[in-house]
Write a protein that binds this ligand. Structure first.
Ligand code: ATP
Ligand code: MG
Length: 138
């Protein structure tokens, strides 16, 4: 059993597709074991995306991530890191496969609706960034 962190980014919340994203997880038999809505401060967004500190889009990305509420979730299931990434589609929605969340809803390489951890180590860091053990069911 594996866990991953999923985020519905501010653009996804504004587009009213929280339910649609959750439905795609449920249709894939991916379990949600923790969920909450929060609004990040700039410092919190910078800490989360620290791996991208040197990238030219870091300031813009962290501003975007603080621009409105986000929904953070812990997903659980076999191979869930890769399965979630598959449901999300490529970072750039123009390159995303048909039927993926980003292909269907993203409008911009930055405003791409969802985040998903990309490896077990990043999943562990990202889950603990938002949730303590008491907040995760199962
Ligand atoms: P995420 O980490 O959000 O799940 P990802 O792993 O597909 O997405 P990363 O390379 O980790 O993509 O980039 C993190 C986020 O930074 C992207 O989801 C996107 O919002 C933004 N981003 C990535 N590349 C660019 C770019 N060239 N220009 C602007 N924003 C970008
Ligand atoms: Mg990433």
């Amino acid at each position: 059993m594996e866990r991953t962190l999923s985020i519905i980014k501010p653009d996804g919340v504004k587009k009213n597709i929280i339910g649609e994203v959750i439905k795609r997880f449920q249709d894939e038999k991916i379990n949600i074991v923790a969920i909450k809505m929060i609004k990040l401060s700039k410092e919190e967004a910078k800490g989360f995306y620290a791996v991208h500190m040197e990238r030219p889009f870091f300031d813009s990305l962290t501003n975007f991530m603080t621009s409105g509420p986000i929904v953070v979730m812990v997903l659980e299931g076999n191979d869930v890191i890769a399965r979630n990434r598959k449901l999300m589609g490529a970072t750039n929605f123009k390159e995303a496969d048909e039927g993926t969340i980003r292909k269907d809803f993203a409008t911009d390489i930055e405003k791409n609706v969802v985040h998903g951890s990309d490896a077990p180590e990043t999943a562990a860091f990202e889950i603990s960034y938002f949730f303590n053990a008491l907040e995760i069911a199962g």
